[in-house]
Design a protein around this ligand. Structure first.
Ligand code: ZN
Length: 99
């Protein structure tokens, strides 16, 4: 018997996964009507109503130059799913807010 646990996220990034962070769209329908899944390492497609594993994680796949992304209006604040609290990048708790 194989026990397989999917880890649930406690936080999601503040901005939109597709438009801002350029995470790949749905691998099933190719659509862009997507958001973060409640599970780590997966995304959610509104059209398929299913989780999917994105082909790539957009800007998270490469080295990120923070100053450059900030100039482009991209931030890595994270929102606590349960409480809705926004933890900004410069918050000392930020490093503990993943996944
Ligand atoms: Zn889809």
């Amino acid at each position: 018997m194989i026990l397989w646990f999917r880890r649930k996220r406690k936080f999601v990034y503040w901005q939109k996964p597709r438009e801002v962070y350029e995470i790949a769209g749905c691998s099933r329908c190719g659509g862009n009507n997507v958001t973060y899944s409640e599970y780590v390492d997966l995304m959610w497609c509104y059209d398929c109503k299913k989780e999917y594993k994105p082909e790539h994680w957009g800007i998270f796949d490469g080295p990120i130059l923070l100053e450059l992304t900030h100039m482009m209006g991209i931030w890595f604040h994270r929102r606590n799913i349960k409480t809705g609290e926004l933890i900004k990048e410069d918050d000392p708790r930020w490093k503990d807010t993943w996944p």
